[in-house]
Design a protein around this ligand. Structure first.
Ligand code: ATP
Ligand code: MG
Length: 266
């Protein structure tokens, strides 16, 4: 099961959702890999903290190194699993990102390397029960590579008017990508993030999406300062605050995802 979390709008919760769902699955015993395709490296930072740049030069790290070896002769190509790191959490593994991804994008694009992530993930799927891919806030080479590599798409929605506009543009892009590259990609659902039940607008926006026929997960994530603390401390919610309200909402969301996973496997 390979899930991509994507929305080209920035700051909607892609990284938070990727890491927390992955950490919950791992805590439940699922061997889980997170691939960080965003050069900002927020997922990498969240899960493993500061990286020693001398010990791990940018281009020798995770995703950048994986893509780098697809350029030129591939005689010495390494197994994709060799670019995966352990995290402090049992069952949770990370293919880290690095700033080097920025400098490589044009060359990878001009050399048609867009399917290379899918090749790698196809191999990795045998090793992991769940793979989650975090993406940058752009419809660029890396997010497209992720959408081509994945089976399922989760879209975070942060309940503002711009988010709605951005969602309609996103849906058009996704349909085109499905037609051109990955007909098997399924929209698993939209995650309502930073939901405020006291205000009118979020409820109205969500109702509008539902009317438009968008699949929306039943478990909404509310806004909580715990999320920021969790990023700051490099500890996913299930580790930092297992009985917090937001963690409970994440557990419910995870349970919904596992129901769809079980149906897909049946
Ligand atoms: N439920 C929440 N409650 C409060 N703050 C949240 C919540 N979800 C995310 N945030 C905060 O919003 C900010 C953006 O979240 P996050 O980094 O997960 O979004 P993103 O979509 O990955 O951003 P980018 O597009 O830059 O990659 C972070 O500071 C995070 O702590
Ligand atoms: Mg992010």
């Amino acid at each position: 099961m390979i899930r991509v979390v994507f929305n080209q709008k920035g700051g909607v919760g892609k990284t938070s959702i990727t890491c927390n769902l992955a950490a919950i699955g791992a805590a439940m015993g699922l061997r889980t890999l997170v691939i960080d395709l965003d050069a900002q490296g927020n997922t990498t930072h969240y899960l493993v903290g500061e990286i020693d740049a001398e010990a791990y030069p940018a281009e020798a790290q995770g995703v950048a190194a994986l893509f780098k070896q697809t350029v030129g002769s591939r005689k010495m190509a390494r197994n994709p699993d060799s670019f995966v790191w352990e995290t402090p959490y049992e069952n949770l593994y990370l293919m880290p990102s690095s700033l080097a991804l920025n400098g490589m994008e044009k060359e990878l694009e001009s050399r048609y390397k867009i399917y290379k992530l899918r090749d790698a993930v196809d191999k990795l799927e045998a090793e992991y029960d769940r793979i989650y891919i975090d993406t940058p806030p752009n419809f660029n080479f890396y997010s497209k590579a992720a959408l081509i590599a994945a089976d399922r798409l989760i879209i975070p929605f942060d309940c503002d008017t711009f988010a709605r506009q951005s969602l309609y543009i996103l849906m058009e892009n996704i349909i085109e990508l499905q037609e051109d590259h990955n007909p098997d990609l399924e929209l698993e659902g939209i995650v309502i993030n930073q939901f405020n039940s006291q205000a009118r607008l979020p409820g109205e926006l969500v109702a509008e999406l539902a009317e438009a026929g968008m699949p929306i997960f039943n478990s909404y994530l509310s806004s909580s300062v715990k999320m920021r603390e969790s990023h700051r401390d490099h500890r996913p919610l299930i580790d930092l605050a297992p009985s917090h309200k937001l963690t409970t909402q994440y557990l419910d969301l995870h349970a919904e995802l596992e129901v769809t996973a079980a149906k897909a496997a049946a």
